[in-house]
Design a protein around this ligand. Sequence first.
Ligand SMILES: Cc1cc2nc3c(=O)[nH]c(=O)nc-3n(C[C@H](O)[C@H](O)[C@H](O)COP(=O)(O)OP(=O)(O)OC[C@H]3O[C@@H](n4cnc5c(N)ncnc54)[C@H](O)[C@@H]3O)c2cc1C
Length: 541
Amino acid sequence: MIEEADYVVCGGGSAGCVMAARLSEDPDKRVVLLEIGDANDRLLVDVPAGLQMVVANQETNWMYFTEPDATQNDRRVFWSAGRGLGGGSAINGMVYIRGTTYDYDHWSKELGCTGWSWDEVLPYFKKSEDFDGEDGPSHGKGGPLGVSQLRAMHPLAYSFMDACKEVGMGEVEDYCAGDIDGTFVNHATQRNGKRCSAAEGFLKPAMSRPNLQVITGAMVDKILFESNRAVGVRFTYNGKSRDIRVNGEVILSSGTIQTPPLLMRSGVGPGAHLQERGIDVVAAREQVGKNLHEHPSLPNSRLVYEPTYNVRNNPLILAREGLKYLFTRRGWLATAAVHAMAHVRSDPDLQYPDIKYQMLPFWADANAKGYFGADNPVPDSAKNFGITIGVNLMTPNSRGQILLQDTDPASRPMIDYRIYEDPADLERMRKGLKFANTIFEAPALAPHIKATAFPPDPHQSDEEWDNQLRACSATGLHPVGTCRMGNDPEAVVDTQLRVNGVDGVRIADCSIIPLLPSANTNAPAIMIGERCADFVHGNRR
Ligand SMILES: Cc1cc2nc3c(=O)[nH]c(=O)nc-3n(C[C@H](O)[C@H](O)[C@H](O)COP(=O)(O)OP(=O)(O)OC[C@H]3O[C@@H](n4cnc5c(N)ncnc54)[C@H](O)[C@@H]3O)c2cc1C
């Protein structure tokens, strides 16, 4: 095993795979990627419809639970995060979306992230991309990341979009060009009907390079410092502790939940918290682990007459779709979970939409069972076709934090997040859910609706909505912000992603995001990896 490297990348997820691939393009630099999970060589990762299974697998999903959340009836809320090469991009819903001009211009102008405006990040989105649709100014061709138009669209997705227009939304012509205000069909991170994770797109083609070593099953414990300069990384492999000397830089890409604990174990973090855990402080950085935020999420579902993807009890349909996928790479097994999207304002006076709708051609009763208990009035989703409008709040005000349980790298971090700490977040979610009722009732969708599903009474009172939100909300699967970028002295990383207070450490993952974009976060993570690699190469200042 290699003992010395120029760059060590800690974590092989969305951004980590980009970093390892891009940094090893220079044959004179030795790059090591350490990933705690496995290589993720799984058919269920490759086949888009395997999503449900890989999300339920502890080898591919960390399956965290939060600390009890007082704003959600003291529930310990389930949080997913990808594990193994590809990280989140290997188990995610494959929605490809970047965010808006406003999001990134706001980072740049208001949050001190100079150099991260829309015009400056767009070239990096395009650099990654291999879009299978028409060429245009917003898309890239020939990049490592397969971005595909949906290979099968459920007919009710078109009805959903028509209904959105009937209730006053516009149709967005090119949602990758910085405007998502209205309804549109999203693209998927796929190539020829197969999932294109960051491992598949970026890392696999680079694996044969002699200057790149990828070590799976490697749990990074800490960065080794001499004074404030990073000189190595300690990790556990096959039960033994090992050190790699680093001549260049250490790149942390362990994700929003695991990068702060890694920094803290290394002595970089809130001083008092580190001392409480018996850790020698290398640099007291109070913001490490803070500013955690997520997209709160709750489905609004209806039963419909047409068959939807609630077909797991129908072997004939499954066999037909299996054959179709085998021979054409098309059909239900090739599709991403989300078939259309829309963005709306919870308050008409808002300049930009703050609520995201994801149209799913299926529904699930799992949430409902927990909520309604033994007297469950909700139908069985294994036996009833349904569709869902998944409702997300894109710009939550509430903030949480990540804390260290103890100094053992195998211990789970503490996720301390009160999702509705700001009551305005609860109110905006409620408004978003109620407006989804209006979409279901619009002429284009109403004739397809057979019955209510979850909630059983969509016209329940505000108080009942709020109770349901507290009892059943999930996360939008997009945690960010725990190593915030900025140009203020408190920021964890500067605008070139260097960790403030130490030398030789950068962060490339969603933890650096100062404020959630109006988007799912895989494409942003990949863009962050692309930019960080350029910063390290010195191609950009
Ligand atoms: C179920 C799910 C569905 C999602 N759906 C979508 C979607 O449809 N579209 C979208 O855009 N986004 C989606 N996302 C979000 C998106 O995938 C993530 O935001 C993105 O993958 C995060 O990238 P990252 O590089 O920040 O971290 P990750 O991809 O999470 O990578 C972190 C990596 O570090 C590894 N690691 C952690 N600790 C250590 C350690 N100590 N030592 C070694 N390795 C370590 C992890 O195992 C992991 O592989 C989804 C996420 C999930 C979980």
